[in-house]
Design a protein around this ligand. Structure first.
Ligand code: ZN
Length: 701
């Protein structure tokens, strides 16, 4: 562990110091993983009445050590905490108290309930330790010692009396209570930290700097001990596929995995694929399946990455697996999980119980309700891989017992938070969309709208810079929601690649919005140029055929996972949405090639609807007319020139024939229609057109 402490950055007061300490720890994924770990400081401060009190400022629930600021800490009354945590403090509080009761007591100790977040579930632990600054980590180094059968011996051998040891207790109140009983007469005098078996480490100091120095020393001593050991790791690794082979295999497996996760857990996941050398070597090695089955490195990872990964039945170094073999692997895994639940007194499985799927020779897929959660699962599981290797070097990797793992997995306090976060609140939550022609106009407005309504979006366009600007705009408000790629709609291979990139980034595809546009070169029928015909056909029709071919394969691979009788609204299905044009229905002077290509698109979409709706995949198109886009503006310019009038005069003509008496309609109006077509609400609408904007002649007949 590198010493990153710099006095000049450490902050002047106690709160600034604990924030600095937290951020230093939070930046190192070998110390804590996203959302994990916590810190605190004890200080004297004025309460809301202006009275000086002893307070504990502890990391609030839902904050992250990487990014926490002063506002992320909850301030609690030291006196009230001491009363709340005294065993059997009053006749009314005698006996065992539940976590919920404990949390109400903790909330009742808050000094600024209107201002501060709810305290961390590990608040009692921080309160019991008498030292001023306390830091709790889920670090790879000491977990390499304590995720083993002889944890206590390893800790004693490395630290002697410098570090105390506490046998496993479930995090939260049982841990703090066990600790209070074990150390009723005070912590060992010379101890600078406490290793909590199969959970992590707590260190302390009277200053933030001393707390950090103690952490540094404890971690470094474990690292030195590990460095001197033979790293047997996971046994020999068979050769993996090359990079192109891995990507090809990942794009093929991801939709199947996403469909299976929906079938066994009824949740719509987003997948992050990882074939980094660390992951690839681990999942491809001989002993991986056996070691992975033992569990994860710290209890909190069960919630973030699942109890243990499923290993796909692939021959290492080959990516072939029959879909039926994958389906039965998931079914077997589910049956095993149900046995574990039954043996530990649970009957109803949580939806997202499986989040890591390893593919030997290919990499691993991490699942989450969004890409951010999937990446957190990846960060947590990669830390587990390092702790596993460490524990194997020290002795042998051992995780929690099934009973302890199940108690953690179904811990009501954490479960409720996760269940609430999994509930879809926006129409496109958990959906993955690809927008072709997303750099400007209708495509751009729709991609932004889809993301705002919960979707993950791939923005494809010939104009990569424009698509990237729109993707950046989305990611700024919702990180990891969007990616931009270069794609020419006139090139069928580029359309297939766009679908593949969407799948590789987000794990599948639910919505295709096809909206590339090339303005018509106005030619009379008598003078129509062949290359104009070909350009119009390739961008507005052939590209749609190629994109639909690839998109529908992904949607079908995800499977028609509608539970019997549940109806199409709850199934996986898919949404194919095409941006047609008034020109598809009504002739436009000089735009025969453009209009005929759009008409071909419309008829193609009807065929797609006819063939795919039985799988819950709908196909619809939007008849957009006079939408204020760069394409429309260039058409106006051309029309004005050909008529020898000003653009204003042409626009006035548009306003006159518009049923809304407006020359143009904003692209966001099309995005609204596309949103409905993309949502579950349109499950039984297929082969249809929605008209947005324009004049009476835009009404299809
Ligand atoms: Zn913890």
């Amino acid at each position: 562990m590198k010493d990153l402490w710099r006095d000049e950055d450490a902050g002047a007061d106690d709160i600034a110091q604990v924030v600095y300490l937290s951020n230093l720890i939070g930046t190192d994924v070998d110390l804590v993983q996203p959302g994990g770990g916590n810190t605190s400081v004890k200080l004297a401060e004025d309460d809301v009445f202006g009275d000086r009190v002893e307070a504990l400022a502890v990391k609030g629930s839902g904050t992250d050590l990487r990014t926490i600021t002063a506002a992320g800490f909850t301030h609690l009354s030291g006196d009230r905490l001491a009363t709340a945590l005294t065993p059997n403090p009053s006749p009314t509080r005698r006996g065992e108290i539940s976590d919920e009761e404990m949390m109400s007591l903790m909330r009742a100790c808050m000094l600024f309930p209107d201002r501060d977040p709810v305290p961390s579930v590990e608040t009692p632990l921080h309160s019991i330790i008498p030292h001023r600054f306390v830091a709790h980590t889920h670090d790879v180094a000491t977990l390499s010692l304590s995720d083993t059968p002889s944890a206590r011996e390893h800790v004693e051998r490395v630290y002697g009396a410098d570090v105390a040891f506490l046998a496993y207790l479930r995090p939260g109140f049982p841990l703090a209570k066990g600790m209070a009983e074990r150390y009723a007469n005070g912590l060992p005098k010379d101890a600078t930290g406490l290793v909590m078996e199969k959970h992590g480490l707590t260190t302390w100091g009277d200053t933030a700097k001393e707390c950090y120095a103690n952490l540094l020393s404890i971690i470094s001593r474990a690292e030195e001990y590990l460095a001197g050991r033979d790293k047997r790791s996971f046994g020999g690794a068979a050769p993996a596929l090359d990079e192109a082979g891995r990507r090809e295999a990942a794009a093929r497996f991801a939709p199947m995995i996403r469909g299976e996760l929906h079938r066994i857990g009824a949740w719509r996941s987003v997948l992050a694929f990882d074939d980094s050398p660390e992951v690839l070597e681990a999942v491809s090695s001989e002993r991986f399946a056996e070691l992975a089955a033992r569990g994860v490195m710290t209890p909190e990872h069960i919630m973030r990455a699942g109890r243990r990964p499923l290993v796909l039945p692939l021959e290492t170094g080959r990516s072939e697996a029959r879909p039926s073999a994958i389906t039965s692997a998931f079914a077997d895994f589910r049956a095993e999980y149900e046995r574990y639940l039954a043996a530990n007194g649970q009957d109803e499985p949580i939806p997202d119980w499986l989040k890591v799927i390893a593919a030997p020779g290919v990499g691993a897929f991490f699942a989450g309700k969004d890409r951010r959660s999937a990446l957190i699962a990846a960060t947590c599981y990669k830390a587990t891989l390092r702790a596993m290797a460490g524990a194997e070097a020290v002795e042998t990797f051992q995780s929690l017992s099934d009973a302890d793992a199940c108690e953690m997995e179904y811990w009501p306090l954490e479960r409720r938070k996760i269940a609430a976060s999994l509930k879809a609140t926006k129409p496109l939550d958990g959906k993955i969309a690809l927008v072709i022609g997303a750099a400007s106009g209708i495509g751009r407005a729709t991609a932004i709208r889809f993301a705002a309504e919960g979707a993950h979006v791939t923005l494809a366009d010939l104009d990569l810079d424009g698509a990237q600007r729109a993707a950046d705009e989305i990611n700024e408000s919702s990180p990891e929601r969007a990616q931009a790629i270069a794609a020419d709609a006139a090139d069928p291979a580029a359309m297939e690649n766009a679908v593949r990139e969407a799948v590789l980034r987000f794990g599948g595809l639910d919505v295709l919005f096809y909206s590339p546009g090339v303005p018509p070169q106005l030619h009379s029928v008598a003078e129509m140029a062949d290359d104009e015909v070909q350009t119009q056909l390739s961008v507005h029709y052939e590209g749609a055929v190629a994109a639909t071919r690839a998109a529908s394969q992904v949607m079908l691979a995800q499977g028609p996972s509608t539970p019997a009788g549940a109806g199409l609204r709850t199934g996986f299905g898919g949404r194919l949405i095409y941006n047609a044009s008034k020109a598809a229905f009504a002739p436009g002077e000089g735009a025969a090639a453009y209009g005929a290509a759009k008409a071909a698109l419309v008829h193609y979409a009807r065929n797609a609807a006819n063939e795919l709706s039985r799988y819950g995949i709908t196909a619809n198109y939007i008849n957009a007319d006079a939408i204020d886009t760069p394409l429309f503006r260039s058409l106006v310019k051309e029309r004005a020139e050909s008529r020898g009038e000003t653009e204003e005069a042409t626009l006035a003509r548009y306003a006159e024939r518009s049923i809304f008496r407006t020359a143009t309609v904003p692209p966001e109006a099309v995005a609204d229609a596309a949103l409905w077509l993309a949502s579950d609400a349109s499950a039984y609408t297929s082969g249809c057109v929605i008209t947005v904007g324009g004049g009476a002649e835009a009404m299809p007949r």
